[in-house]
Write a protein that binds this ligand. Sequence first.
Ligand code: ADP
Length: 457
Amino acid sequence: MDGKEITDALSNVKDSYFNKDLITLGYIKGMSIGDKELRFTLRLPAPLMPNHEELAQKCRDALKDVNGLENIEIKKDWEVQRLPALNQPNTPQALTNVKNIIAIASGKGGVGKSTVTVCIAEAFANAGAKVGVLDIDVYGPSIPNMVGLGSHQLGGAQEGVLEPVEAHGMKIMSMGFLATKDTPVVWRGPIASQLVQQFLGAVDWGELDYLFVDMPPGTGDIQLTLSQSVPLTGAVIVTTPQEIAHTIAEKGLRMFQQVKIPILGIVENMAGFTPPGSEEIFHIFGEGGGTSAAEEFDLPLLGQIPIRQDLREAMDNGKVFTNDNIDSIASLIAVEAMAVVTNEELSPFAPQEINLANDGETLVIKWQDNVEHVISAFNVRFMCPCAHCVDEITGEKLVKETDIPPDVKITESVPVGRYGVRFTFTDPSPGAGAGIYTFSFLRKLGEDAAQNSSFDA
Ligand code: ADP
């Protein structure tokens, strides 16, 4: 079989995140061409990439017309790339085999920064990545409790080497391990900064794909010390939905911008509460803070996490908490981190235009590659990805077609960060309008709609 024909076909497949083809991006590895068969590995530079499956399918489609090709085997795997700046000689020895350091920060305490750190880290660990968590929240190191290591204390460190503790498939090191119940540790200012530096140089992390750092809240010495001691892949900012939280988060954003640390995006935590048995969302901590901060600073809104009792209980009891929503946030962090590491520009996913036609009964999207999709408002409403409409844990659809008014219309579409859009529907039911439609999700809806209409024709 003709190898050139095969690589030509594959060089037509583009990764929608980078808007480059798979051959140029180096994703195709170990190609072996037989008589009638082709084997290769589709190796992405991060786990949890949201489009892994889609890319494999696009490869199959592109190879459909290659003469004589009867059997295609595509192995899917990933290998995390190292932030090149970590290869500098002044990187602490302890980080020799660490590929990415990602800080999780917030403007103030109590917004769920540690919770988000643990959940995201677990999502990566569950996906098979080697993950470490460093808790330097000196004001209240809460990671140990959240991973079931509440009573752990560091044993005598040998020759200045600290061994991280294994929990939930991750390596954990916390300033909390230095405290006891009777001697809470209160570090301030320079001492805390010094400790952070010692911590960075002394923990024997071994091999890690990602080291997540739970930062103290605010913008003080410690944040600056960390930013200046090691190259970070980036920072994730956690905020609650109040407008005031947004103002506080802004300070953090500016600090990271000043020290030239890429901000990977914003996670809005405690976004609404739905009591058991009810369908109504109560916006206990306000609404829209993460969204408006993302818009104002042109940053991706990586996702929203509602207030959930099971999440709080899991954290209090040191249990693992996972769901599709957390995975989706982690996958967007993976994409953003990958863009920093590979220095590839992320393609603007945002469609060129989103228009409403037929008085809002039809959504018309024109994408960057000039493809145009027409989707009925009914279908957009029916496919709503929010927790009212889809069970977050099982992925089961909760909304029924019969629940939705057949003549439902979209009255408004509002952009959300760099990844998505939110719609307002004429449908008054609780789920309507609650979900963020990511652009990749809308693209898929559009492609499905195009396929169905071609069947109809
Ligand atoms: P921070 O690190 O910002 O100080 P924590 O992660 O320690 O905040 O969270 C503070 C408290 O709020 C914890 O008891 C945690 O379990 C709880 N919490 C955080 N996020 C949520 C959520 N989405 N739903 C319910 N409880 C949450």
